[in-house]
Structure formats: C-alpha cells, structure tokens
Design a binder for this molecule. Structure first.
Ligand SMILES: *Cc1c(COP(=O)(O)O)cnc(C)c1O
Length: 398
C-alpha cells in the first residue's frame, strides 16, 4: 500500500463499498483527516485580500508561533516536510561521500532527503515493540563516512534521545529528528523539536496541524537556520522584502538552492492551526486511551508499546496482528480506513536498484511490517466512530 494511495483515498473516498438502493450509506472513516474551522478559513481569506501572498509577514508570524510552541530559538518554514528534510541535509553539508543512518520503518521521504544531496542512506533496524530506531543497530552501522543520524519519532513516540545523543557525541555526528509524526510529543519533559540539532515537521493534512502542504525545521543554531532560509530561496542570501527595505536590486546566490518557500496564506492557516494544537492533542490522547482500553484484554491484538519516559502524540495508532492482509481487506470493506505504515524503505524498488538493499538487512522491520495496521485516529473522530472501529476489529478477528 503506497502512501500516496492512502492520501488519495483519504481525499476522495467518502462512501465505502457498493451501497444498494434504499440501504443507508456507510460513512467511510479515514485513518487521518484535517480539521478546518471557519476561523481557519477567515484567516486564509484575509491574506488573500492583502498585499502579500508569499514571502510576507505571515511566514515570520507562523515561524515565531511555532518556535515559541516548541521552545527553540528558530523555526524555518518550507513548502513540505520533504523540503524540510532536504533543507536539513543541505544545512549540515551532506554530500556524495557521506552516509546518514536512517530507519527503514519510515516514509520514503526520510531516506530520499539524503539521496537528494548525493549521500547514502544506511538503513538501521527498529525495536519491534515501538518501531523506533534501535540505538545498538545505529552504533553497529557507523563507519568513517557516517555524518548524521535521522531519528524518526514513529507514530508520535519520541526516540530515545539521551542514548542517541551519547552516540552522536561519541562519534562526532549530527542528530536530526524526523518528527513529522510527533508534533506535541515530549521526551523526559522536553518538547520534540528541541531534542536534536535539527527537527523536521510536516503539515500535510494527515499530520497534527495542516497548511495543505508545508513543513518546518526547528533549531537553536543561528547558522543552520540561516543556511536553510537561503536554501528555500534559490540559495539567495537576502529575501525580496529585505532588498526592498535596503533599497537595492542586487542579490547574491551563494549556493544552489530551490524554491521551497511556503505562501502567506498557508502560513496564516498554520498560525491559526498552531493555536488549536493543544485541543487536537487532547482529543488524540482520548482516542488512543479508548483504543488502549478496548484492546487491553483482546487476544491477538498488540498495540505498540509506549515508554513511560515520553508523551506520545499519536499521529498513528498502530496495532500488530496476525493475518494483517485479511484484516486490512475486511476492515476496508466495512468502511474503516485502516492503513499500513510502512512498507520497509530498503525494499522499495528504487533502493534495491540504486543501493543494492534487499531482504535480511533489517529483520525486525521486515517481520513487523507484515503485522502492522494503522487504525483511524484524528481529532474530529467522535465516540461513535471509535466504537465502530473497535467493533469492526473485534468482528473480523473472531
Ligand atoms: C509526512 C512525512 C514526511 C514528508 O512530509 P510531506 O509534508 O508529505 O513532504 C516525512 N517523513 C515522515 C515520517 C512523514 O510522516
């Protein structure tokens, strides 16, 4: 099941299966969904009526609000989570000689960001109970070419950052967090976003808050922040607004960058959404709690383990089951938008072909991939929706 397929069904499929004439229509419950209110819409419209559609004041406001929420000095907004990963790899200077250790249990974009810079992603295995990168596996994969580790806070649970930090210190590596699942999560009372040298977020509609498409990188390092601001703007050292202020037409392109800018109307949406993050998180915890309770005594359903050291922000609620493929098909037929996150990246045709990866490289990832199923979880789910999912899972299991 490709991720794009999931996105597609989320956007377009409202009704499950064929509904015969006269039968009530079954509402399709997607695995994830944005929550947009009238005030979000008003915020976007106000920008559409203003002078600045892009590179204007809303971008900085959104960045500031995001940095304040997370607790870092800087936040750099870009056009997607993928662009954010690319910018992070640029900022730390990843190039063709370099290796970056990544988990294989992630969305392809995590590894692609390394490849965009000509570097090699080195796949490390995960802990089968959390699906988080296994620090011991990381250490075993370090070579003289290793430059960085990208930790993925899978499903919304932060990785073990104390242990990962001790590894990066010992080997002089950069620690990057792909926290596209984990906005609002905490590790030992510290917010995700301040735990790594650079932390990457996504604002795709399935994530905690949305800007349609969008991404952010948080950091306390002013040089890295400046490099990423340049990178999102063609590698040009000053933006349009600043040139206008200084009354000069001249600009300098000092590196090869991209147009990865976010628009002002997207930033207005982001700003409006950040304010709602606490209530969104609260509802995600309620839903996860209801699933936990429902499945605590159920035989054959194994939710992932969450460490007592963390606050899980539950982008996904993942269970491990036998006969996953049968469950997937039957639940989809019942209008439950279950999904699979993820097909191991090292087994994707591109990675096999380009990097020669194959079965056996990450045994835990390969084994657990066959068992995992993501159940619907999003703040606008009501208690009846949750009941429907729980009942459907129990029915197809028995
Ligand atoms: C969503 C996601 C991305 C990519 O974000 P986009 O905004 O869709 O480009 C990267 N990594 C992970 C783990 C994700 O879940």
């Amino acid at each position: 099941m490709s991720c794009m397929g999931a996105y597609h069904s989320l956007q377009s499929v409202q009704i499950a299966g064929p509904n015969r004439e006269g039968e009530p229509k079954i509402r399709y419950i997607p695995y994830a969904r944005q929550w947009i209110d009238e005030d979000d819409i008003k915020a976007v419209i106000a920008v559409l009526r203003s002078d600045w559609l892009t590179t204007g004041p809303m971008v900085e406001k959104f960045e500031q609000a995001f940095a304040d929420y997370v607790g870092t000095k800087y936040a750099v907004a870009v056009s997607s989570g993928t662009a954010a990963l690319h910018a992070a790899m640029f900022a730390i200077g990843i190039g063709p000689e370099d290796e970056v250790i990544v988990p294989s249990m992630t969305f392809v974009a995590t590894a692609n960001g390394v490849v965009f810079r000509g570097g090699s992603p080195i796949f490390a295995d995960v802990d089968p109970d959390t699906l988080l990168i296994d620090p011991q596996q990381v250490e075993e994969k370090i070579t003289s070419r290793t430059r960085a580790i990208i930790a993925v806070d899978y499903a919304g649970q932060p990785c073990d950052y104390d242990v990962l930090r001790s590894i990066t210190k010992k080997h002089d590596l950069v620690l990057i967090a792909d926290a596209c699942h984990a906005l609002g999560a905490q590790y030992k009372n510290k917010n995700v976003g301040m735990l790594a040298d650079l932390t990457v977020f996504s604002f795709h509609p399935v994530k905690h808050i949305t800007t349609g498409e969008g991404g952010m990188i948080t950091t306390d390092d002013p040089d890295l922040a400046e490099r990423m601001r340049r990178f999102r703007n063609h590698g040009i050292d000053a933006d349009h607004a600043r040139r206008a202020e200084q009354g000069t037409w001249r600009y300098e392109m000092t590196a090869l960058g991209y147009n990865y800018r976010i628009t002002d109307f997207q930033s207005a949406l982001g700003l409006s959404q950040v304010a709602k993050l606490p209530s969104f998180l609260h509802r995600r915890w309620e839903i996860a709690g209801m699933y936990d309770q429902a499945f605590a005594s159920a035989k054959g359903i194994n939710p992932l383990y969450t460490s007592p050291d963390v606050v899980n922000s539950y982008h996904l609620y993942v269970i491990r089951v036998k006969e996953r493929d049968r469950l997937f098909a039957q639940l989809r037929r019942k209008g439950i938008g279950v999904n699979v996150h993820y097909f191991p990246v090292h087994l994707q045709p591109y990675y096999r072909k380009t990097f020669g990866t194959s079965e056996g490289l990450c045994p835990n990832t390969e084994k657990v991939y066959k068992q995992i199923l993501s159940l619907p979880i999003f703040p606008q789910m009501n208690d009846n929706d949750i009941e429907r999912v729980v009942t459907a899972v129990e029915e197809v299991l028995n």
